[in-house]
Design a protein around this ligand. Sequence first.
Ligand code: FES
Ligand code: FES
Length: 162
Amino acid sequence: MKTRVEFELNGAPVAAEIEPRLTLGDCIRHELGKTGTHIGCEHGVCGACTIIIDGEAVRSCLTLGVQVAGKSVMTIEGLADGDNLGPLQASFQKHHGLQCGFCTPGFLMTAHALLTREPDADEERIRDVLSGNVCRCTGYLSIVKAVMEARPAYQREQGVGA
Ligand code: FES
Ligand code: FES
C-alpha cells in the first residue's frame, strides 16, 4: 500500500505517493524526476548516491523515501545557481575531477556537506571524508585538488578566514 511523503527538495516542497519499501534514491529519481543522483552499488559502498539530509551526507540507497518526511533534502540539482555552476562544480570542471561522471554527484554532495560544516577542512580531512566515495575513472588527485580549491568560496560564504 502506498503512503504519502512530503519533504523539502532543494528548497521547494515536494510530495510523492510511494511504497514504504522504496529507497530515497529511487524516490528522487523515479517519482520526482531528479536523475542527477546516481545509483551504483545499492549497498552503501560506492557513495555515488550520496545526498544531503538536514545537512548530513547520507546514502540515498540505504534510506527509505518515507524516512525523510518533513526533512530538508538536497541533491546535485541544488548545487548550481540557475545556469551558473556552484564553486565545487566549477572547480571539478577546471581540474578535470571527472571523466565518465558517474561518481561525481556523490563526490560533490559529500564535499558540499563537508565544506558547509567545516570550511577550514584541510587536505587530510578532505581525503578522509572522500575515502567513502569510489571513483573508477580519475584517481583521486584531481578530485582532492578541486575540493581544496573550492574551499575559499565556502569560507567566504560563512565569513571565516581563508
Ligand atoms: S548506490 Fe548507494 S552507496 Fe552505492
Ligand atoms: S568519473 Fe567515472 S567513476 Fe568517477
